[in-house]
Each structure stands twice: as C-alpha cells, then as structure tokens.
Design a protein around this ligand. Structure first.
Ligand SMILES: Nc1ncnc2c1ncn2[C@@H]1O[C@H](COP(=O)(O)OP(=O)(O)OP(=O)(O)O)[C@@H](O)[C@H]1O
Length: 263
C-alpha cells in the first residue's frame, strides 16, 4: 500500500509541531525518518497511523483520504509500534501479541486456529516463542519491545510504522529486527536514531528538523557529512557507500556537545 502525506501541518494547542510536510512512501518501500530529538518524528508517525489527524493537509492511503476509512479497516492496514508503548501488567507475552488479531475478530469470526498460528509465527519471528507464557512485568525492556513488534506483525498490516524500534535491543536483536522487517516486504516507515542502521536498511531517508521536512532521498545522497553536521551538530566521516550502506564514524575532536537547535 502507498502512503502519501500532502502539505500536512499539525499543532498541539497553539504550538506548531509539523509544518507543511509532503512525502510519498511507495508500496514495499522502507522509509527511514531521522532528525534530532523533538523534530517531529513521533508526531508524523502518529498522523500516518491515523491516531492523530492533521489540522491542515491530508494523509492518503493508496490515494484515498485516511480520514475516510473506519478504524477497523485502518487497523487491518496499518500497524504502529510506538516508542513508549503502554504496558499491561497482567497479561503474558502471548496474550499481548494476540491483541494484534483484534481487528479480525467479531461475533461472526471468533478466535480460531489460524489466529493462533499467526500469533505463534509472530512470536517466533522476534525470538520470543520461548518466553511466550511469561507475564509482562517479568520481561526485560528488549523482550517487551520484541513483543510489541510481534503484536504489530500479528496484525498482518500492509504498512508498518515503527518508532525507534531498536530501543532497548542488544546489537544482535537490533540487526535481526530490522532485517526481519525488511524481509516482510511491507511498506515501512521507521523513525531511527542510528544513522548506520538508516543507511543499511532504508530505501530512502527523510530528514525532519524543527517540524519541517529538510530533505528526502537515497541514503548515500542524504547522509553526507555536511547534512549530519547541519542537522545534528556533530562531525561525521562517511567511510564507505557499498551495497550494505555506508559506515558513519563520529569525530569527537574534543568539541563541546552542540546539538542542533531549530531556529
Ligand atoms: N501533545 C503535545 N503537546 C505539546 N507539545 C508536543 C505534543 N506532542 C509533541 N509535542 C512537541 O512536539 C515536538 C516534536 O515531538 P516528537 O515526539 O514528534 O519528536 P521526535 O522527533 O519524535 O523526538 P524524539 O527523537 O525525542 O523521540 C517536541 O518538541 C514535543 O515536545
């Protein structure tokens, strides 16, 4: 499924958070969103998921306004893994993943063996099958994060929205998760802080700064030392642009921390 963002602005109260953002995400594309803290990545994902609506502009799903679809239809199309997803203390990992099947269940189509198979596969995919019956409060941060991703996979979405999906994960599970997501061949939009991951896994990268879209393009065109310096205020050395993406090193140079501030 295609996602289109058309001249979208969003304000929280009187504070403008996103300003005139337009972009397209092609079917099957993996789009990374990068930008400093507070640049609007989470806000944009919330608009793309339909949990928030823009005051100006619109989000289109295969060319049709997202606002025109019912909640159940949207939930069958779009899954969002939030950055600070809520936790429910009294359920197991498996029960948390089962919540992903909610959009498909009703009186006419109750829980079935097919749903159970999908849940099992999602738990397997994120390496959580062995902990499926553990209660939520006993899971580590990384294990919880993997359960959230499994819940999203169990939703069988066409579009997967991920807000810093590698949070809490060790490096092995970070790479495994991003690889898994890429293998799904879904339309993916992921807010990422690790620029090397963005380079390795994304077809294109969108850069947000101060709520506006600064640029969007292929990793090798976007991740330049000058852009990284301009946006993040750090000096970067790009070591390689191979099939596996580039390797970005950050030069300490003894420079004081000077994060970019939107003006
Ligand atoms: N409901 C709200 N009310 C007021 N301000 C908000 C609200 N939601 C977001 N903001 C502000 O909007 C800006 C963008 O927030 P957002 O969470 O989208 O940024 P982000 O790029 O995801 O940041 P981070 O990298 O820290 O996760 C921030 O300055 C935030 O404080």
């Amino acid at each position: 499924m295609r996602l289109s963002v058309r001249n979208v602005s969003w304000s929280a109260g009187s504070t403008r958070i996103l300003r005139d953002v337009s972009l397209d995400v092609a079917q099957g594309e993996f789009l990374g969103i990068i930008g400093p803290n507070g640049s609007g990545k989470t806000s944009l994902l919330a608009l793309l998921s339909g949990i928030r609506r823009p005051q100006i502009g619109e989000i289109l799903l295969d060319g049709a306004p997202l606002a025109g679809f019912g909640r159940r239809t949207v939930a069958r199309c779009i899954a969002l893994v939030e950055q600070q997803a809520e936790t429910t203390e009294h359920i197991t990992a498996r029960q948390a993943v089962e919540l992903g099947r909610t959009p498909y269940l009703d009186a006419l189509s109750p829980w079935s063996a097919v749903d159970a198979t999908i849940v099992d596969a999602a738990l397997q995919a994120v390496d959580m099958a062995h902990l499926a019956d553990r209660f939520w409060h006993t899971l580590s941060g990384g294990e919880r994060q993997r359960v959230h991703v499994a819940r999203a996979l169990a939703q069988e979405p066409k579009i997967l929205l991920l807000d810093e999906p590698t949070n809490h994960l060790d490096i092995g599970h970070q790479i495994a998760l991003l690889d898994l997501v890429r293998q799904q061949r879904l339309t993916v939009v992921a807010a990422l802080h690790d620029l090397n991951h963005a380079s390795m896994f994304c077809d294109r990268i969108a850069v947000l700064r101060g709520g506006t879209l600064l640029t969007i393009g292929a990793p090798q065109n976007v991740l330049t030392p000058s852009l990284i310096s301009e946006v993040f205020g750090v000096d970067a050395v790009i070591e390689d642009h191979g099939a596996e993406g580039c390797a970005i090193r950050f030069r300490p140079d003894g420079a004081p921390c000077r994060p970019h501030r939107a003006t």
